[in-house]
Write a protein that binds this ligand. Structure first.
Ligand code: IMP
Length: 475
């Protein structure tokens, strides 16, 4: 690693250059200087990007922007439940399994061991990306041999649970993600590496099938999957995906050793983490920074920075407590202003004011070194804007995020109200151009969540990401 004084000098350079030139250009300049300074021999950093709320914070757009400076982008958890939207050739492009770095031809994209891969969805996504002009080759896309496979009937299991009764319903994306992780932990999963050995694949599928026999038998006969058809389908996928399969753990650690710049891209958000989120209304993986290590094989000692992504307000899809949720007209207004509809399912998102209790918790469990605040432009036009700084619960004031959903369902948000601004922000291209009240909102927000805001987004384009004057260095 660089010596501390040298690193500080570069950080100072980084900040002043960003101020002078603005945004990405300065960051590229920094990369050049960084490379020169280390004479090509020092180790380059690894940056983790995680959601600090309940997903849909705009991680895709941030990864897309940061990938301009990265050599490798790795997805480390989740599956086809994710929907990361990037702008490619002026059009929105929704990605579900493939990392958001794919639109930059110089990056290698990796689907890490912590991801659950639906081969059908992945092949469709590859086809779609090719149809819009992107190059997808085994040199550019690598899939971990340790990643688990979502099998054709995992979606049936997911839907069956959702329809089994309101007490079991979680509002999942029904992409079979939960049941795939269940099989992984139950040690009956089928892994991507198994696709390399067709003779053994059948046996692995047989074990997985046996474990669900009672469930299959309970289904009406016309809805029961056919085992031989499943084997044939998986053998077809095996042939098509074979060239992309890699021991990505070894491959990635070799690249870390060579000093490549690596971005670790999380899906969903901290509030949906299976350990730290609003259990049971969570997804089935670790969406937080620890998951970046276990889901990629890159050890914690190699992580340089953790960037938490958060909207300037809060949204959530699916069931589960949401203390700052707005209702009626107020909710509709925010949803329409922010165009808050799911990228994967099209479901309308629940909307509310910024919840600093949740984001403070996210800063803590992820160890966020910086935050990227997205969609600040959506708050233009409100006479007052609000930050929830604590919860009130049965006469007590809670400043930390409670573990029990029963408590979260009963809390009342304690708001700090700040003056709003009327001006639209979407044409602002630097921090200095933002109205004073918008700046004040951001400054207060970083105080109450306890982490510095590095960037503020005022639109979906890369140029709409504005760096703050004192932004910490990510690389
Ligand atoms: P699952 O991940 O499909 O099992 O769904 C579990 C919960 O996570 C549900 O509340 C989903 O709405 C939520 N969820 C899963 N993926 C995303 C995402 O990409 N954005 C936001 N919410 C998600």
């Amino acid at each position: 690693m660089l010596q501390e004084p040298f690193r500080n000098a570069l950080n100072t350079y980084n900040t002043s250059e960003r101020q002078r030139q603005g945004g990405t250009k300065a960051a590229i300049m920094l990369s050049v200087t960084f490379q020169q300074a280390k004479g090509g021999a020092e180790r380059m950093p690894v940056c983790v990007v995680v959601g600090a709320q309940w997903g849909d914070e705009g991680k895709g757009a941030m990864v897309d922007m940061l990938a301009q400076e990265a050599d490798i982008v790795v997805r480390f958890q989740g599956g086809a439940n994710a929907g990361h939207t990037v702008i490619y050739k002026g059009q929105p492009l929704a990605l579900h399994l493939i990392p958001a770095g794919i639109t930059h031809e110089h990056t290698v994209c990796v689907i890490g061991n912590g991801v659950v891969v639906d081969p059908k969805a992945l092949l469709e996504e590859i086809e779609h990306l090719r149809s819009v002009g992107l190059t997808i080759t085994p040199e550019r896309l690598k899939i971990s041999d340790r990643a688990h496979l979502t099998l054709p009937y995992h979606r049936i299991l997911d839907a069956a649970r959702e329809m089994a009764g309101s007490r079991l319903r979680l509002g999942t994306t029904r992409r079979g993600v939960g049941p795939t992780y269940v099989d992984k932990v139950d040690r009956v999963g089928v892994r991507v590496g198994d696709l390399r050995h067709p003779e053994r694949l059948r046996e692995k599928l047989q074990i997985n099938w046996e474990q669900k026999r009672a469930f299959f038998n309970a289904l009406p006969s016309d809805e029961r999957p056919d085992f031989n058809a499943v084997v044939d389908e998986m053998l077809r996928y095996a042939e098509l995906l074979q060239p992309y399969i890699e021991d990505t753990v070894t491959w990635l650690n070799e690249r870390v050793g060579e000093g490549k710049r690596i971005l670790l891209e999380g899906a969903q958000g901290t509030g949906l983490d299976v350990d730290f989120g609003t259990y049971p209304f969570v997804t089935s993986s670790n969406t937080t920074a620890g998951g970046a290590c276990t889901g990629s094989g890159i050890p914690p000692t190699k992580i340089t920075s953790v960037l938490g992504i958060t909207k300037a307000y809060t949204t959530r899809v699916g069931e589960g407590p949401f203390p700052t949720e707005l209702h009626g007209e107020e909710q509709v207004r925010l949803r329409e202003k922010g165009r808050e509809y799911g990228a994967t399912t099209g479901r309308p998102r629940r909307c509310g004011w910024f919840d600093a209790v949740l984001v403070r918790f996210a800063v803590t469990v992820n160890g966020c070194t910086a935050l990227a605040l997205t969609k600040l432009d959506v708050l233009s036009g409100y006479p007052e804007v609000k930050l929830c700084v604590a919860y009130r619960w049965r006469g007590e004031t809670l400043t930390t995020f409670p573990a029990e959903v029963g408590v979260l369902e009963e809390v009342e948000p304690v708001y700090e109200t700040l003056p709003g601004w009327d001006e639209p922000l979407s044409n602002c291209r630097s921090w200095a151009q933002l109205p004073k009240n918008a700046q004040r909102f951001v400054e207060r927000l970083q105080e109450v969540v306890g982490a510095p805001v590095a960037t503020v987004s005022v639109g979906p384009e890369r140029e709409a990401v504005l760096w703050l004057p004192e932004a910490p260095s990510l690389w």
